[in-house]
Structures are given as C-alpha cells and as structure tokens.
Design a protein around this ligand. Sequence first.
Ligand SMILES: CC(C)(COP(=O)(O)OP(=O)(O)OC[C@H]1O[C@@H](n2cnc3c(N)ncnc32)[C@H](O)[C@@H]1OP(=O)(O)O)[C@@H](O)C(=O)NCCC(=O)NCCS
Length: 175
Amino acid sequence: MASSLKVTQPQHNLEIRQPAPSDGPAVTRLIKESPPLDVNSAYCNLLQCSHFATTSASAFSGDTLVGFVSGYRVPGRGNTLFIWQVAVSERARGLGLARAMLNDIVERAENREVSWLETSITANNSASWAMFQGFARSRSAVARRSVMFERDEHFAGSHETEYLLRIGPLRRSVV
Ligand SMILES: CC(C)(COP(=O)(O)OP(=O)(O)OC[C@H]1O[C@@H](n2cnc3c(N)ncnc32)[C@H](O)[C@@H]1OP(=O)(O)O)[C@@H](O)C(=O)NCCC(=O)NCCS
C-alpha cells in the first residue's frame, strides 16, 4: 500500500506517513513509554500498522518513531473516524505533532467521506482533552461529550469511565 508521505515542521525534521508493519516494534515501545495509554499486544499494534494503516499515522524524526495515531472508521458509520490512541514521545511534545497527525489522516483521499471524529478520554487526561478540543477549535467544529464506557457497568470497576468526544462536522481543507 502506498504511504501518504508528508513533511511537516521542517525545522524539526518531522515526517508523517501512513504506518507500515515494520513500524510495529517501535510503536509497541512508544505506547509503553506513553502513560496513561493502555499497553496493547505487539500483534494488535501490527494490525493497526497494516489493516488500519489508512486511518492511522506514524511520525518520524530521522529514523526514530516519535508519534503514532491509531484509528478506524466505525463499522456501519463510514463517515466517522474513531481515534483509538495518540502517542507523542516526550522529546517531540508541544510542537503540534499530535494535531498534525490527526489532520494528515483526515485529509487523505481515502478518508474523503470522513466528516466526524470520535475518541474516548478519561476525565483526568487533561492533555488529551486539550489536544482534541484544540483540534476541534482549529477546524471550527463542535465537540460534544457523553459517556461511552462506564467504570462499573462496562469495566467492572477496573478502569475509569471513558467519555466519548464527538467532533464535527469536519470540512476538508480547501487546496
Ligand atoms: C496528548 C499528547 C498526544 C499531545 O501531543 P502533542 O504533540 O504534544 O500535542 P500538540 O502539540 O499537537 O498540542 C495540541 C494542543 O493540545 C495542547 N496540549 C498538549 N499537551 C498538553 C498538556 N500536557 N496540557 C495541556 N495542554 C496540552 C496544546 O497546548 C495544544 O493546544 P492549542 O490547540 O491551544 O494550541 C501527548 O502529550 C502524549 O502522547 N501524551 C501521553 C499519551 C496520551 O495521553 N495520549 C492521548 C490519549 S489518546
């Protein structure tokens, strides 16, 4: 599958592209180093880097993976991109990389039908709230919050409630 190669932030030499299975080990490492993200199996990360590559993104500084976004289009609701995880390594935070990866995915020709973005966030992940609300603002989109998976009912008390954030409508950039 052809990758969508795009250079952003040239002063930091960052490059964003569609993931490839060879990114798998570095993705597994980056997710492990990015609390509070849940750690996935290496196999799960490989599926994200292959079957879900069109709706995911890898970011590199030189040969080093410094960012990863996994996502998929919700089955039966193809206009909705669900973002599963976003990770940016500590050394690359604050540069707009998370937002650039989201924009890269949304602007791909393969995702032209996407007009809504959804994600789930726990109440105390302030970086994630700030990042997704900033993304919504930057696209003049509305962000609505509701409960997605509740702590006791869905996690049997073992995980904080995940709130659904639904952002849209997303208009494609005019080129
Ligand atoms: C959350 C995370 C992905 C942000 O990555 P980033 O590349 O530094 O984010 P960006 O530079 O694109 O920032 C986008 C916006 O979020 C804000 N933001 C980012 N991190 C923030 C933080 N820790 N606290 C407050 N605001 C923050 C930025 O100020 C910016 O705001 P703006 O829209 O007003 O300009 C990164 O901190 C990370 O990997 N954290 C650990 C894993 C995690 O929590 N992932 C998110 C859950 S899926």
